[in-house]
Write a new protein. Structure first.
Lengths: 157, 418
């Protein structure tokens, strides 16, 4: 990180590569709607994006609005990243969340998602105020700096 | 589902005996931190060393069971032309850390059924600049959409979440993980092939290491490297005819994506077949003289200690506090009591290096070497039974594969299986 003080920081973008299915989340992220694939046969939500229902193997999945609340399973601060965007902003907070609707999702933390204020130094205090395991959170679907869809979690008051 | 079918399911069949199968000629080849050579080099040189040890011609090998992450665009069939061989049995096992035991199981059935007489089971991978980053950036469709965009930490991030959850659930500490890493480093100090074997590791070194992700620090992570691991499989009759000392399989099994409703992984498929392994082998955990776990991270070794019956769930922390894990029983001052279970006797991936899919063969090849009495400075004394387990393929938030086998030296009274 010492190098970044000497050199102008290049404005990197987060990894935007998605599968064809994963890219289908983009318009919902633009609209700020949390949608996941739901099976028309068994009504179960599935994630990560897939071709057939992970419960009943029906091929009839469509993107439906999903209840946004869930519980943090674990939270870690990443001190290492293979992607320059994150490497310049370490530590980076990663949350795994069990949605009430069923699926487990990885998400950025709202106060530290690098979305509105990316590139800014992260304050230690800010890190402390982020959700921890067991906390209830609300999930949203947003566009990141590469205009790719990502999940962002915010602690419920 | 009809009750008839449910009854039929409950009577799920068991793997039949591996009697009559011989594991011979363990090799570990070409370990290097990085290499300009391709994966075929490490696979081909493993095969070359094995046939030399066996005193056979390459055309005597009529089966190949291969695992490699970096062989693409080639596959096992490409290797036939590369090595100029004409096998009648081919397997490719893209199962990472579980691939060794799985290759062994497939090859054993082929030999038992007459589909092949001599099968070369090999894991081999190269490691070129940037190749590990490329691998994790596109490991699976699920990682591409659902984990890589969230910090690009690769397996370190997924295992940090698993480790954090395990520590909060069961009270394991970093010192407990350190006990595993330090004992393995001691073992590696006695195994010249280990890439980190020339360095010692103290608890201070371990605890003060660079943070990587959450509770995972530098000495919890494997070093990607290049290398090959392999062994030959044939009938006991053929091994005797060739004058080759051999190791027997007492029991082996695998189960994938088990416990799939667990929100965070804290166990894997072993829990559902460990007892059956012991029954088939007609021994118990106390009779195991060495345990080779898949140690991509120490927490995963702890899960294997628990799920394979060496201690109860959540008790691995206590187990490693009370058990010397070194090949020679030296507790290094880190464990109390007189218990000893040699664990990852060559240093495991944490100290040998993770040569891609070869890492899924590391514990198996090491066990064969140990049970043949062919280990050198790290030889476990009077070793008769080894438990080897495999784990792997972080498709998203957990490792999907599990495999395990109990092997026996042929001087032991249960040799040959049931």
């Amino acid at each position: 990180m010492a190098d970044s003080k000497q050199m102008p920081v290049t404005k990197k973008r987060p990894p935007a590569k998605r599968t064809n299915l994963g890219a289908q989340l983009k318009p919902f992220a633009e609209q700020g709607e949390l949608r996941l694939q739901q099976c028309s046969s068994c009504q179960q939500f599935s994630y990560p994006p897939r071709e057939v229902c992970g419960h009943c193997l029906s091929g009839d999945l469509s993107w439906q609005v999903c209840p946004a609340e869930g519980q943090v399973l674990a939270r870690v601060d990443l001190h290492n990243s293979f992607e320059p965007f994150y490497a310049e902003q370490l530590p980076w907070v990663l949350l795994s969340i069990k949605l009430d609707a069923g699926p487990v999702v990885y998400a950025h933390s709202a106060s530290h998602a690098g979305l509105e204020n990316s590139g800014s130094e992260v304050e230690a205090l800010e890190i402390e105020s982020i959700a921890n395991s067991g906390d209830r959170v609300e999930l949203s679907l947003q566009l990141d700096e590469a205009e790719a869809p990502v999940f962002v979690a915010e602690p419920l008051k | 589902m009809s009750s008839t079918f449910q009854n039929f399911q409950q009577a799920k069949s068991q793997p039949s005996s591996y009697q009559g199968i011989a594991l011979v000629c363990p090799v570990s080849v070409g370990y290097a931190k990085q290499s300009e050579k391709g994966a075929a080099y490490f696979i081909g040189r493993s095969l070359g060393e094995m046939i030399q040890q066996a005193g056979i011609h390459k055309d005597d090998v009529d089966g190949l069971a291969i695992s490699s992450f970096s062989l693409g665009p080639d596959s096992v069939i490409s290797l036939c032309q590369h090595f100029d061989i004409s096998p009648r049995f081919l397997e490719q096992l893209p199962f990472g850390g579980a691939s060794g035991v799985i290759a062994m199981r497939r090859a054993a059935r082929a030999v038992q059924m007459g589909d092949a007489d001599i099968v070369a089971c090999i894991g081999g991978d190269t490691n070129q600049a940037g190749s590990f980053a490329d691998l994790i950036a596109d490991f699976s469709t699920f990682t591409r959409d659902a984990s890589y965009p969230y910090g690009a930490g690769g397996p370190n991030a997924a295992f940090a979440l698993i480790t954090q959850h395990y520590m909060e659930q069961y009270g394991a500490t970093r010192e407990d993980f350190g006990r595993i890493a330090i004992a393995q480093r001691y073992n590696a100090n006695h195994y010249p092939t280990a890439l980190l074997g020339h360095k010692t590791l103290s608890m201070d070194d371990y605890l003060n290491a660079r943070p990587i992700a959450g509770p995972v620090h530098m000495f919890d992570c494997v070093m990607p490297c290049a290398g090959g691991e392999g062994f030959l499989m044939m009938s006991v009759e053929r091994a005797k005819f060739l004058g080759l000392p051999y190791v027997s399989i007492l029991a082996a099994d695998e189960l994938h994506h088990a416990h799939r409703d667990d929100p965070v992984q804290y166990r894997a498929g072993w829990t559902l077949y460990a007892n059956k392994l012991y029954q088939q082998a007609n021994i118990g955990p106390d009779d195991i003289d060495m345990l080779q776990t898949y140690d991509d991270y120490p927490v995963i070794s702890m899960m294997q200690m628990e799920d394979l019956g060496f201690c109860a769930k959540g008790e691995a922390k206590q187990f490693v506090r009370e058990t010397a894990l070194t090949f020679d029983g030296n507790n290094l001052g880190y464990s109390s009591g007189n218990n000893c279970l040699p664990h990852n006797t060559s240093g495991g991936q944490l100290s040998v290096g993770q040569a891609g899919s070869a890492a899924g063969f590391l514990g198996l090849v090491e066990s064969i070497r140990q049970l043949l009495g062919q280990a050198e400075k790290n030889q476990v004394q009077d070793a008769r039974h080894a438990m080897v387990s495999g784990y792997g393929m972080i498709n998203y938030d957990r490792g999907l594969c599990s495999s395990a086998a109990i092997l026996a030296s042929t001087t032991s009274d249960t040799a040959g299986g049931q």
